[in-house]
Design a protein around this ligand. Structure first.
Ligand SMILES: [Cu+2]
Length: 519
């Protein structure tokens, strides 16, 4: 197997300053090309998926590092117990609606990576405000981003904390009527979410069924693309201390973009082929702007989006003139047809992150759907009576004396002991979420997804009625009015406390999060 260093493109012995490689060839894969590959897949059997994931600190070859022997270039990773090396992307978990999914997290990170966690455990409420900063990088937990499951107990409970040296068993009962789709898992321990996600802790959750059975989709070549932005552990730790403005924390420099942990991998396909890509923005910051370009002509290939955030659309969204924009946490299932021979690049913001080489004999004509039957997605709430309206405001306030600003929702930083939104079970609510910052904040709410009603961003306004679980609240408008996103959600089935937050995870770590309680 290729070493971890090869996979993510870092020198095994490189100092922190060497982690960023030079510019890649932009039109064709290099001579020593990396073939496209996917993470290992673990699939449910007879309705049960039972997995243990070890959380380990690894060296540049993916080998676990003993505590007390810091490596120059080390990452955090989800490792399978039987493997002697971790891969840079966690294993893919595949299951069906109605399944029971058990994930044990065995936290083998080194205690004392961050001493400040110890001072917070058991701290008085007056001290708790201090937790709204980067801290506790060796403590973790698990979030199943996009799954409609219980937020309580040992299910999708992100208020849980798994200290180093401990193991915690999760159990997710997947509803039989869950809309199947593309989701992902990552840690969500407040204070260390950004640093853990950008040093390697992410993997795909694929719920099978639904639109997978539509013939044009079933016939397409399916590929998973877990897109990650990597920095080594010591760089993430340094940046957590030194990057202070809202923009620096949301758009940190120096990340290496990978697909399934591979730097600029090459897909090989045949002319006429239609492919279905499950793309996951498994990132903490720096949104993606993805495009596929035919190298010889410079033409951008249309991407046909059949699902966003794992939830099928009803009218297929054809992206021709614009790149596919994904905020951290977003997913898109897109279909793309390769008609012409030759090399193509997959680019993110103009930087090459992959290649597609089209060669060989043409295949028979393959279809791409233009519409998807509404029975495959959530029933629309646009004509439903609204039980309650709410408004929320995301803002950033500079701190007296300097340093990182305060990241606020409704004027307050996160407090785990305060319930910010109490919601009746089964209510349909409409929320107007405003942003008076100069940059966007990606809004994410756990458990139930939401439907777009309106926005000051024309891209979202054009997608009125579409479903998401993460959407950028646009920045303050030219006339000084706040940017806004209006959504509807149906708070179905699950009671308990969970969270809404900014998915620029460095903003979340510093306080841009609220507790929701459905009762
Ligand atoms: Cu934010």
């Amino acid at each position: 197997m290729a070493t971890f260093a090869t996979l993510v493109g870092f020198a095994a012995t490189g100092a922190a300053a060497d982690y960023r490689l030079g510019p890649m060839a932009v039109e064709a894969p290099p001579a020593d090309e990396v073939p496209f590959a996917e993470p290992p897949v673990l699939e449910s059997v007879d309705g049960i998926l039972d997995v243990t994931l070890q959380v380990v600190l690894v060296d540049a070859d993916g080998k676990p590092v003993d505590c007390g022997t810091p490596a120059a270039t080390a990452f955090r990773a989800y490792k399978l117990p039987g493997d002697d090396r971790a891969r840079p992307t966690g294993p893919t978990l595949r299951f069906d609606p109605g399944d029971t999914v058990r994930v044990a997290i065995d936290n083998r990170l080194c205690a004392g990576d961050d001493e400040s966690m110890a001072t917070l455990v058991g701290a008085s409420p007056q001290v708790m405000i201090d937790q709204n900063r980067a801290h506790g990088a060796d403590h973790t937990n698990l979030h199943t981003h996009g799954l409609w499951v219980s937020p309580a107990g040992n299910a999708d409970n992100v208020l849980n904390i798994i200290p180093p040296g401990t193991r915690f068993q999760h159990e997710y009962l997947i509803p039989a009527d869950h809309v199947p789709g593309t989701h992902w898992y990552h840690p969500h321990k407040h204070g260390s979410v950004q640093t853990q996600v950008r040093t390697g802790m992410a993997g795909a959750l694929i719920m099978q069924g639904g639109i997978d059975a539509i013939s044009a989709i079933a016939e397409a070549t399916e590929r998973l693309m877990v897109v990650q932005h990597f920095v080594p552990v010591e760089v993430a730790a340094e940046q957590a201390r030194t990057l202070t403005t809202a923009a620096e924390i949301a758009f940190p420099p120096g990340e290496v973009t990978t697909i399934n942990g591979l730097r600029a991998p090459t897909i090989t396909t045949r002319p006429g082929k239609v492919e279905r890509w499950r793309i996951i923005a498994a990132i903490a910051d720096n949104p993606l702007a993805l495009e596929v370009v035919h190298s010889a002509s410079g033409d951008r290939l249309p991407l046909h989006a059949i699902a966003y955030d794992g939830i099928p659309v009803t009218t297929v969204d054809v992206l021709g003139d614009e790149p596919l924009r994904l905020f951290p946490g977003n997913r898109a299932d897109v279909m793309v047809r390769f008609e012409r021979l030759g090399d193509h690049v997959i680019a993110d913001g103009g930087e090459t992150i992959g290649y597609v080489r089209v060669e060989g004999e043409p295949v028979a004509a393959m279809a791409i759907p233009t519409a998807i039957d509404e029975r495959y997605t959530h029933p629309s709430l646009l004509e439903r009576a609204v039980d309650r309206n709410r408004s929320l405001l995301f803002s950033v306030l500079s701190r007296a004396g300097g340093g990182a600003p305060h990241f606020l929702i409704d004027g307050k930083e996160f407090d785990p002991n305060r319930v910010d939104q109490r919601i009746r079970l089964d209510h349909v609510e409409e929320w107007r979420i405003e942003n008076n910052s100069t940059g966007p904040h990606p809004f994410h709410i756990h458990v139930n997804p939401f439907q777009i009603v309106d926005s000051s961003d024309p891209i979202y306004r054009a997608r009125r009625g579409g479903w998401l679980d993460t959407a950028g609240i646009p920045p303050q408008q030219a006339d000084g009015a706040p940017g806004y996103l209006t959504i509807r959600a149906h708070f179905q089935r699950f009671i308990g406390r969970y969270v809404l937050h900014c998915h620029f995870l460095g903003h979340e770590d510093r306080g841009m999060m609220q507790i929701v309680e459905v009762y």
